[in-house]
Design a protein around this ligand. Sequence first.
Ligand SMILES: [Zn+2]
Ligand SMILES: [Zn+2]
Length: 112
Amino acid sequence: MTRFTLEELQITCPELDPRLRKAYDEHLLSEQWDKKKQKVRRRDGKRCQVCGGGSTFEVHHLTYDRVFVEKLSDLVLLCSSCHRKVHRNNLSDDQRDIPCPGNENTDGRSDE
Ligand SMILES: [Zn+2]
Ligand SMILES: [Zn+2]
C-alpha cells in the first residue's frame, strides 16, 4: 500500500529557504533527526510510499513549514530512486543538490 504518487509529490515538493541550508545540513547530522528518520521508517514499514518497494530509503519532506521541528506527518519514506525523481522535477540545472535528506542512506546499509 502506498500513500502517494510520484506526481503528487512532484507538485507539492517544497523549496528550502537557501538561508536555512547550512543549519539544515547540520540538522541532518543530529541525533534528533536520526531518531525521527527511524520513526518514519517504522511507520512506513520500510516501503517506499510511492512504488511500495525499494532497498535504499530516504526521508522526504512534504513541507518545510516546521523544518528542524518536523512532525512525522511532514515526512515520508521514499526509495532513493523515487526520491530523485521527485526532486528532478523542480530542480533547475544549477541546483542539482537535493535540498532534502536525500543524499544519505537512512541507515548506511542496504536492506536487500
Ligand atoms: Zn520508490
Ligand atoms: Zn526530498
